[in-house]
Ligand binder design. Structure first.
Ligand code: ZN
Length: 502
């Protein structure tokens, strides 16, 4: 099977060849820890979580590194506003980040370096860039000195983003300042003299702190070597952040920095990018207060990582119902297998073998999660049919094999890997709360009708019981009469078992 990925650097899909056979180093830009993360972050880190799972599944020995930016203007400003120490603020949001991503079933990277733990490597890298004539030192109004990278000194500048150095206009609108001390408007700070009351470190240029871009070069090369395989992040990082990383790293080492550059698309709301700076974001916490983490993760996997994805309640509700439908079928499968495990033998049915091959092929093809999810449709349909007559040996073999397929796929995608009955219950509770909030009139009406129906049934008034069942259905409620009595649940409707991507 060919493992191919889309490389922003070459602007095409390429067969992947690691620098060293069997080994892969991957660095993904992490978060600046001054606030809770939003759904755009979830999209990025879920995409790269699936990638690391797939890369390992394909047999590579992967080292996955993701940093924390724990010193920066925004962090310092927020800490001052709140009157707390910078490290108190950053520790708090690093813990919150882990909590959120753990709930979304993102596995932790092998290494999570922090900037403040790598100042020595950063200073050494800046010295190396200066020694090779790619940077210059200017005096700062705060007493020390700033160091700027000179983009004119690096002929490859612009190769990732496709921008031309001569075209000053191309840089005018970006996050580049018009500092008169700079030789080119897109020159960027490698080291900044400390302002009063900022966290700072000693350096050959006086006390100061690193510029933003240098940290990722220093930490990635420290962890993965001068040249490594994969560098990722959101598409908004292509310029200037990743362009600058390439320039300063290759200027320092005279070796290629990273071979494959992968970028995920934005999450949009009403077609506008979700971003803290635009104020139109939902934190992961906000969303998980309403929707199950598995529904959010599933939703974010229904679009290929490179594409934009539009966030809406409607889409989240739909994902919720699809995920519920699958987990309910898996729960039913577990029940059957729990009773009949010993007799569940036989060869794997073709529907499962085919689906497995399609899923691996889709994921090896630039991590095509929507195609992988779509390939689960047939096995789910086969499971649905088989569950009607689970005592038939051929059906039992299907139940067992499809259930096993979901364990495998769950490990690759991070969905459908939990105990199905627990997740199904939790999702149903969530839907119930959204439709019939506690203390609401709607809930009181439903509960009254359910009681009336129970009474009608004990009085053997079947006509009335049927009429009430109809009225409840019209209110979006399904009644289930079981051995333990009558229960009700939101009418979810048949999602037909299909899992579709886009
Ligand atoms: Zn970075």
């Amino acid at each position: 099977m060919t493992f191919r990925l889309y490389n922003t650097l070459t602007r095409r899909k390429e067969a992947f060849e690691p620098r060293e056979p069997g080994k892969v180093g991957m660095y993904v830009c992490g978060v600046t820890v001054y606030d809770y993360c939003h759904v755009g972050h979830a999209r990025c880190y879920i995409a790269f979580d699936v990638m690391q799972r797939v890369i390992r599944k394909l047999g590579y020995d992967l080292t996955y590194v993701r940093n924390f930016t724990d010193v920066d203007d925004k962090i310092i400003k927020r800490a001052n506003e709140r009157g707390v120490a910078v490290n108190e603020l950053t520790d708090r949001y690093i813990a919150a980040f882990h909590e959120d991503l753990d709930r979304l079933d993102c596995q932790r990277p092998d290494k999570e370096p922090r900037v403040t733990g790598h100042i020595e490597e950063i200073v050494a890298l800046v010295e190396q860039i200066l020694a090779r004539g790619h940077a210059y030192v200017v005096d700062s109004e705060f007493g020390g000195q700033d160091v700027f990278f000179s983009i004119d000194s690096f002929p490859g500048y612009g190769k990732l983003s496709g921008r031309r150095v001569e075209d000053n206009q191309a840089f005018a609108s970006d996050r580049v300042s018009d500092d008169p001390r700079k030789q080119h408007p897109a020159d960027f700070a490698l080291w900044k003299a400390a302002k009063p009351d900022e966290p700072s470190w000693d350096s050959p240029w006086g006390v100061g702190r690193p510029g933003w871009h240098i940290e990722c070069s220093a930490m990635s090369m420290h962890q993965l070597g001068t040249t490594f395989d994969i560098h990722g992040g959101g598409a908004d990082l292509v310029f200037p952040h990743h362009e600058n990383e390439i320039a300063q790293s290759e200027a320092a080492t005279h070796s290629p920095f990273c071979r494959y550059w992968l970028h995920n698309g934005f999450v949009t709301i009403d077609s506008e990018k979700m971003a803290k700076s635009l104020g139109n974001f939902f934190t992961i916490r906000d969303v998980l207060a309403t929707y199950h983490p598995q529904a959010l993760r599933y939703f974010l996997l229904t679009t290929h990582y490179q594409h934009g994805i539009n966030f809406s309640d409607k889409a989240l509700e739909e994902s919720t119902r699809r995920v519920l439908s699958v987990y309910e079928k898996l729960a039913a499968a577990d029940e059957v297998l729990g009773r009949r495990a010993a007799v569940a033998t036989g060869a794997e049915p073709e529907v499962v073998t085919t689906a497995r091959a399609q899923i691996l092929e889709a994921l090896a093809d630039d991590f095509h999660t929507p195609r992988a999810l779509a390939a689960l449709s047939e096995p789910i349909r086969a499971l649905s049919v088989a569950l009607h007559k689970p005592k038939v040996a051929a059906n039992l073999a299907i139940v067992r094999s499809v259930r096993a397929l979901f364990v495998e796929v769950g490990e690759l995608l991070g969905v459908f890997q939990h105990r199905p009955v627990d997740i199904a219950d939790a999702i149903l509770d969530g839907i119930r709360l959204r439709l019939f909030p506690v203390g609401s009139e709607r809930l009181a009406e439903i509960e009254t009708m359910v009681e009336e129906r129970v009474a009608a049934r004990s009085a053997r008034d079947w006509a009335k019981a049927d009429e009430l069942r109809g009225r409840l259905a019209a209110c979006g409620v399904e009644i289930r009469d079981g051995a333990d009595g009558t229960t009700w649940r939101p009418l979810v409707g048949e999602v037909d078992g299909a899992i579709e991507g886009s």
